[in-house]
Write a protein that binds this ligand. Sequence first.
Ligand code: UT7
Length: 325
Amino acid sequence: MKKVGIIGVGEYLPEKILTNADLEKMVDTSDEWITTRTGIKERHQAAKGEAASDLAFKAAEEALKNAKLKAEDLDLIVVATITGDMPCPSVASILQNKLGAKGAACFDISAACAGFVYGISVAQQFVASATYKNALVVGVEVLTSVTDWQDRNTCVLFGDGAGAVVLSEVKNRGIISTYLGCDGSKLGLLNIPAGGSANPASTETVRNRQHFIKMQGNELFKIAVNTMTRAAEIVLEQAGMTFADVDIIIPHQANARIIMAVAKKLGIPEGRVYLNIERCGNMSSASTVTALCEAVREGRVKKGDIVLLDAFGAGLVWGACVIEW
Ligand code: UT7
């Protein structure tokens, strides 16, 4: 098996910024509540008509440039998203056409906030086995398109964005270990009830606001902390490492309080935790990858560093990954 690593990164956040002050005018909330309960100050919002593939395209172009590759060099495109341009075809197919990555195999992954970790775990197998040489993995969401702007429990949380990485053979250890999991029995805690085959779109589903994200945040909070802690422990054990070996943890950004509780349980100091939730909110599949790309660009991740990705979300799904940069 080949050693597989990330050879290029790129992210894109839509221009429009929605602040907590903007939300104060839309629902009964306050900057104080949002900041203290979540750590979010602002989030990006895609423009009208700006679809997931548009965001993904900009992030992918940047990642290819960073990897010094051309779109034609890609032979696999995997996109993690729960807010694709349309139910069919995949965002990956649309992105392939926009990039001009002719001939690359394409599919989407639906694993919500753990989508990017699922994505690199799957794509890694193809590159490690030499089935494909260069794989593009994107995490992208336009969550504001499925946000209920009348529901203060959820509308203050979500944002839009995209991050992309190129996977290829590397000389160091690259992706050392991945761990994925799911507990489908708790899917009612976080979902979009209508718009699929179980509950197709109708005037009734629209009237009942069933095309928007429904979340029982309070019940998820404790599960998120425990699951992300356990996932990090397992993936490091698989890698034959301890938390002392981790230079930076890049977690899914659902809530700064969740992230800090996980870091505390793991004994990882605050300075080794990367946060972009204050500027971006929760971007589901796009959160972990965007944070990773930003951390690399800012020099927070350096060659030889051990990076721990840790994510949890709707499904309920989780995933963690250890990478030598
Ligand atoms: O993406 C991965 C999966 N998602 C998660 O892991 C999210 C996990 N959950 C959370 O991050 C937090 O539970 C939330 C941020 C969603 C909510 O924070 P909380 O501290 O758990 O608040 P709560 O749901 O227990 O609500 C506390 C109070 C309630 O009022 P009462 O019943 O105590 O009078 C809510 O109605 O806060 C109220 N509330 C708000 N108040 C002002 C809820 N949303 C708001 C709001 N502004 N936006």
